[in-house]
Design a protein around this ligand. Structure first.
Ligand code: 13P
Length: 252
């Protein structure tokens, strides 16, 4: 089936208020049709970036969220707060949160369920470390991480999986086209078993990890690759939009 690709920029802990607004405006100016485009700025710039995106088709995303609605959770942010600012998609399980900030599978799973239950689009990030790939554990790791979804997903439009091999993130070493396709096909098969072939067929699976304009054409042309989750290259409108354009070309 034809899925509309989703290209999302994860700005991580980058930009200033003014460069974030400038970047958002440049993305709006250059946005192409035929692909869903979104940006996830740091929390503190969500409001300003949301204003810069207003009236455009570019979606606003958040990099994280907490599991509770409100209360004594110093430093945390709720789904209601994100929705208040016009956020439509939220990441859970990014490798930096798993491996740098120490988030455990239970917390990732709880966050994923919270995002989905709030009516937002969930991007669940999965992917193996280099040691796990070398030990032939890629499929086992990815299957276990997909298990964090439970069985509560009913709307495939609000579930996106980002396959981001940890060894490819920020390293300049992307997965090969074949490695990406193999992992993506495995993810789709796993979703088909957990949910249904029909649901699995509709879910977008993004590739992430050193995705750049010069490798985007080939990676995004893989049958089970439905766009990308982009770090470094999303911090410049030109490279981010070149990847979005590659996603449109790949869909033809
Ligand atoms: P890079 O594109 O910088 O490798 O980061 C990928 C990523 O982690 C996106 O979430």
């Amino acid at each position: 089936m034809k899925r509309v690709s989703f290209v999302a920029g994860n700005w991580k802990m980058n930009t200033t208020r003014s460069t974030a607004i400038e970047l958002a405006r440049a993305v709006v100016r250059g946005a192409v049709s035929g692909v869903e485009i979104g940006v996830a700025p740091p929390f503190v710039y969500l409001d300003a970036v949301g204003a810069a995106l207003a009236g455009s088709a570019v979606k606003l995303g958040a990099q994280d969220v907490y599991t509770e609605k409100s209360g004594a959770f110093t430093g945390e942010i709720s789904t209601d707060m994100l929705k208040d600012l016009g956020v439509s998609f939220v990441l859970a399980g990014h490798s930096e949160r798993r491996h740098v900030l120490g988030e455990k599978p239970d917390l990732v799973s709880h966050k994923a369920r919270t995002i989905y239950a709030a009516g937002l689009t969930l991007i669940l990030c999965v992917g193996e470390t280099l040691a796990q790939r070398d030990a032939n554990e890629t499929f086992t790791v990815v299957r276990t991480q997909l298990g964090e979804l439970g069985t509560w997903v009913t709307d495939p439009q609000r579930l996106v999986i980002a396959y981001e091999p940890v060894w490819a993130i920020g390293t300049g070493r992307n997965a090969t086209d074949a490695q990406a396709q193999e992992a993506h096909a495995f993810i789709r098969q796993t979703l088909a078993k957990t949910y249904s072939p029909d649901l699995a067929d509709h879910v977008r699976i993004q590739y992430g990890g050193s995705l750049k304009p010069d490798n985007a054409n080939a990676l995004l042309a893989q049958a089970d690759v439905d766009g990308g989750l982009i770090g470094g290259a999303s911090l410049k409108a030109e490279s981010f939009l070149a990847i979005a354009t590659a996603a449109v070309a790949a869909a033809r």
